[in-house]
Write a new protein. Structure first.
Length: 495
């Protein structure tokens, strides 16, 4: 009979350090990319039709909200997803460990999609989006943490692994909006939300079936366990926060139009608090503290990048519905299909970027330079809207938006997978998953900011909007280039 214990130990050791069964990488990479692929299928499939569900008329199956309220809700929801990364990271580091938190998060996401599909009106929206946001934020943080545990800190395969992981994720992001948009067009919004729920269920089953043989003990450690008194204290705090949010919502302090601004403020406070906790902790070394400081300018650059990039679901979504010529051979494609353009480019180019970073090895650009390139290219993408400003309905050719979203993708590949990988390398030992959460907090600021910025978008005078945001992003990138040596020195040997 096979020695199961010895077999599991061998799998664990290979998975974490030596396993090269998946294109030179651990098989755990394939499993983690798989569950994230299905999560992105459900996430982007739902988000691709969400803004239209919120502002389309009741007669068209929507909720009839204003466009300002709809984009604010979408921005706040996007920010809440990444704000929840802090919650997931905290639970992982102090209660369950990253891998068990990942499993709970996947179940929570599936429940959220079921609520959107089955519960009517704003009740379904509220319950569904909160569950999906909390689950997705926790899943994103913990999958990155578990993946990072499979590689030694100095393993030059790490950036390539996150790029491969990113490519798998975007397979789901590509197919999700196409299928949910098609189902919405044929059967209605709730059928689209139902398909998203089915996708998440498939991902959960796949992960659980392969969990033991591919993940091993990666992500199982609770790095900074909480004592019983601490658990009670935080339970009371959580109950008080929930009660306060409910009270502010009932009294009208929290409104749909204010949601994105509120999430931006909360996220900035959370980021400052988390940076402070790390930098003042006695559990980190001088070298680790220097690395945390080095992440501050990259946090800012990342937030600026995402505040533009996430407008795919706010301003660009409105643009696709009202300004884009979507006619294809006499058939008008659903506006939500625009959401799949970026993932197509990711799938084509992620492998190219992974190969490029691998081939360059120690000669590849430093992380601050990669962040700089991301913000500069994102600014260029916004400037490319300028030739098409001032046109009427259906005046922008589809090919023009495809070109613009190509630059979105180039910018994303320079920054996003690199940012996730970098956060695992800069992380202090006692704040392993929470450091990854800091990167996602920068995404939260940007995602909610995309909803807030959308309030300044004026279809009758678009040029100032695209010009200002494009130039601002380029300036931030140039400042990162100027500070490259200082930031690299603070990173204390990490590239």
């Amino acid at each position: 009979m096979e020695d199961v214990t010895s077999h599991d130990t061998a799998v664990t050791d290979r998975t974490q350090h030596e396993d090269r069964r998946f294109f030179g990488h651990p098989m755990g990479l394939a499993n983690l990319a798989g569950i994230e692929m299905w999560e992105r299928f459900s996430f982007y499939g739902m988000q691709g039709i969400l803004v239209y569900y919120l502002y389309y008329r009741l007669s068209d199956g929507g909720l009839g909200l204003s466009q300002e309220a709809a984009t604010s809700i979408v921005g706040a929801y996007g920010g809440l997803v990444y704000l929840s990364a802090v919650l997931g990271a905290w639970v992982a580091d102090r209660l369950l460990g990253a891998e068990r938190t990942l499993t709970v998060a996947a179940v929570t996401i599936m429940c959220g999609h079921i609520a959107l599909a089955l519960l009517p009106n704003l009740v379904g929206v509220g319950i569904g989006l909160v569950c999906i946001a909390v689950g997705s934020g926790s899943l994103k943080t913990t999958t990155s943490s578990v993946l990072g545990d499979m590689y030694d800190r100095g393993d030059e395969r790490r950036d390539a692994a996150f790029s491969i992981y990113y490519m798998g994720v975007n397979l789901g992001a590509l197919v999700g909006p196409l299928l949910t948009g098609l189902i919405w067009d044929m059967k209605g919004f709730h059928w689209g939300f139902g398909l998203a729920a089915i996708g998440m269920a498939v991902g959960l089953v796949q992960y659980l079936a392969l969990r033991r043989s591919t993940i091993g003990d990666a992500g199982s450690e609770v790095t900074n366990p909480l004592d019983r008194a601490g658990r009670i204290r935080y339970a009371v705090i959580t109950a008080a926060v929930v009660a306060l949010v409910a009270l502010l919502s009932v009294t009208g302090v929290i409104t749909a139009e204010r949601l994105s601004d509120i999430v931006v403020g909360i996220t900035l406070v959370a980021a400052v608090a988390l940076f402070t906790v790390m930098l003042t902790s006695r559990r980190i070394t001088k070298e680790e503290r220097s690395r945390v400081v080095s992440f501050i300018p990259m946090f800012v650059a990342s937030a600026v990048f995402w505040s533009l990039f996430q407008q795919q679901f706010t301003v660009v979504a409105l643009y696709a519905d009202e300004r884009l010529d979507r006619s294809l051979l006499g058939w008008e494609m659903p506006p939500s299909w625009v959401t799949s353009i970026n993932p197509i480019f990711i799938i084509v180019l992620a492998g190219v970027f992974a190969a490029m970073w691998t081939r360059l090895g120690s000669r590849q650009p430093s992380s601050p330079i990669k962040f700089a390139l991301g913000t500069i290219f994102m600014g260029v993408a916004f400037l490319l809207f300028l030739p098409f400003t001032g046109g009427g309905a259906n005046s922008t050719p589809l090919l023009a938006l495809v070109l613009i979203l190509f630059w979105f993708t180039i910018a994303e590949l320079c920054l996003s997978p690199v940012g996730q990988s970098l956060s695992t390398k800069l992380a202090p030992e006692a704040f392993h998953t929470q450091m990854i959460a800091l990167f996602f907090l920068s995404v939260a600021v940007g995602s909610a900011g995309a909803g807030s910025l959308a309030g300044f978008y004026d279809t009758d005078n678009e040029k100032p909007y695209f010009l200002f945001l494009g130039l601002a992003s380029i300036v931030v990138g140039l400042l990162m280039v100027a500070g490259n040596r200082w930031i690299t020195r603070l990173m204390a040997g990490v590239r």
